[in-house]
Design a protein around this ligand. Structure first.
Ligand SMILES: [Zn+2]
Ligand SMILES: [Zn+2]
Length: 555
């Protein structure tokens, strides 16, 4: 085995969009020094994971290796890249690096979470670099849907990796500089061993439109709106917030931000200069006093989140902000897969109130922050990597990115899975090992292993209900009182109209009578016989088996 190699392992973000966490290692099989890039979350689908808010990468491998970790670098401030830090950083306690906006938004997020630990961030200027053990990391500006998205050029004694992070090509972004073609080309001239790249839009042909095109459409739609206007977008999309604010000024409307996440990002963007020159916004209290054609509400809730501003407005439950017939709502956003039902619920709520709803299916009111196929080809042409590893995508996106890279002449294309350890050099790239990986669920204030049975039994409970039975026996094995029972989430009666409680009660008695007398003294045997009988009797009438808990008290 070579004494010194460069390896890469994704602990999240491969085969899924979300939960990005990659590690790079330099050393040999006995001891490696590790650099971590990003530490993000995924959002859980409630139907599949009831009660779970967030999914985090399982970092037990990094906890074990924490003395060999030289640092954790954030590419940008999206939740799928930094959302797991507040929960996971205390287990690692490694130095953190980020550019000013990312650091400031992270700090604001941390302060919004009660009891969150203090987490120091080392601020690296945009376009700056940091030396961490055997790694020198250069931050290269790329356009994306949040300020200060960075590709990382990671130089090591065994070659340079370009970790693209999330990017697109936008010659005219509303804020920030365009993707730094000059630096990326120079990096290519120096030689790039591997490119680990964003695959999100690898199935979309052509190039994505510019943020400036979206700004034009928004201006038209806001200027020609007859009454009130509400715009919803991703709270962190400062460029879009700026475009909406500019459009509102042209239309003579005051901007009223609604929703905590929106207010937080606006404050951070003001502090870091990304809203310089933008008019002051108004408090939500002033919304009701402004004439309909002089106001614009800028709302959270583009994904149909039930507690966010727009859903509450659609339900007519928001204390300050109301909409009526003739008002216009613009979804300057895309529905993230899994959120379709929630978004349609909000849209339908608004439409039933006579509100006009405009989405990206009819107007250019949103563009993605990720590269389409021609943009992916440009990146390969600039950087000319020896190896390309598709990342940040579902299996289809990764496969299409891989095909595109091969067709573009990249000599080695490696597709991998979370937990694969890939040797990038020396020699041909190859999956050489596996590191422990997996998922954690954020359940209330606790982190659960995805393998724990908690969520699976919660899901079963949601589908089938529970019967609780309490029996009191004396030491001769005789029932000393009528059984107590409670049914939760089970139909009250069967098809013939017979009460399910009576059915369960009869099943308990029959099961008890059928048990030979000596065995009635064993509480465990009684409990098991009753449990089976109750589940069987209810299943016979319902065709579904409930949970059944039997408590036997011996008095
Ligand atoms: Zn992003
Ligand atoms: Zn992302």
């Amino acid at each position: 085995m070579p004494a010194n190699e460069l390896v890469f392992a994704p602990l999240g973000g491969i085969g899924e969009i979300g939960m990005n966490l990659s590690i790079y290692g330099v050393g040999d099989g006995r001891r490696r020094q590790w650099l971590i890039v990003d530490c993000g979350v995924s959002f859980a689908e409630q139907e599949h994971l009831p009660g779970i808010d967030l999914i985090l990468p399982d970092i037990r491998f990094l906890v074990e290796e924490r003395r060999n970790i030289v640092g954790l670098v954030l590419t940008h401030a999206h939740e799928d890249h930094m959302g797991a830090l507040i929960d996971l950083w205390p287990r690692l306690n490694v130095p953190l690096y980020a550019t000013p906006f990312t650091a400031a938004l992270f700090e604001a997020r941390r302060l919004s979470e009660p009891g969150a630990p203090k987490i120091p961030v080392n601020v690296i200027p945009q376009g700056g670099h940091v030396e961490l053990g055997p790694f020198t990391v250069d931050f290269i500006n790329v356009a994306h849907s949040i300020p200060e998205s960075n590709a990382l050029a990671i130089r090591t004694p065994l070659g340079t990796v370009l970790h693209t992070g999330d990017w697109k090509i936008d010659p005219t972004p509303v804020i920030g500089a365009p993707t730094d073609e000059v630096k990326l080309t120079a990096l290519g001239n120096d030689g790039v061993l591997a490119l680990v790249g964003d695959s999100t839009n690898a199935i979309r042909d052509g190039r994505s439109p510019s943020e400036t095109d979206v700004a034009k459409t928004l201006t038209e739609l806001i200027c020609n709106a007859p009454a009130r206007v509400a715009v919803t977008t991703f709270a962190s999309h400062v460029g879009r917030i700026r475009a909406v604010a500019d459009a509102a000024r042209k239309a003579g409307r005051e901007v009223v931000p609604v929703g905590r996440a929106m207010l937080r990002v606006i404050q951070v963007a003001r502090e870091t200069g990304y809203l310089d020159g933008v008019q002051d916004f108004r408090d939500v209290e002033s919304y009701g006093y402004l004439p309909p054609d002089k106001v614009l509400a800028l709302c959270t809730g583009s994904q149909g989140e039930s507690r966010a501003a727009l859903a509450r407005i659609a339900e007519d439950e928001h204390p300050e902000v109301t909409l009526t017939r003739g008002d216009r709502v613009i979804f300057s956003s895309r529905t993230i897969p899994g959120n379709e039902k929630a978004v349609y619920r909000v849209i339908n709520g608004l439409v039933s109130q006579g509100v006009e709803v405009i989405t990206d299916s009819t107007h250019l009111v949103h563009v993605s922050g990720h590269p389409r196929r021609d943009e992916l080809r440009d990146m390969i042409r600039w950087v000319r990597p020896q190896i390309l590893i598709p990342a940040h995508g579902e299996p289809l996106h990764l496969a299409e990115h891989a095909k595109l890279a091969r067709a573009a002449g990249v000599p080695e294309v490696v597709t991998c899975r979370n937990g694969d350890l890939i040797r990038l050099g020396p020699g041909r790239p190859d999956v050489i090992d596996e590191v422990p990986s997996g998922r954690l669920y954020k359940d209330g204030s606790l982190l659960l292993s995805a393998e724990a049975r908690t969520v699976a039994s919660r899901r079963r409970l949601a589908f089938a209900g529970v019967v609780s039975v309490a029996l009191a026996l004396n030491d001769k094995g005789q029932l000393v009182a009528d059984p107590e029972l409670e049914l939760v989430g089970i139909p009250e009666a069967d098809a013939a109209g017979r009460s399910m409680t009576d059915i369960a009660r009869d099943a308990i008695e029959e099961a008890f009578e059928a048990l030979p007398k000596p065995r009635r003294r064993d509480p465990d045997e009684v409990a098991e016989a009753v449990r089976r009988a109750v589940r069987g009797a209810i299943a016979e009438r319902w065709n579904k088996k409930p949970f059944c808990h039997v408590h036997v008290l011996v008095i």
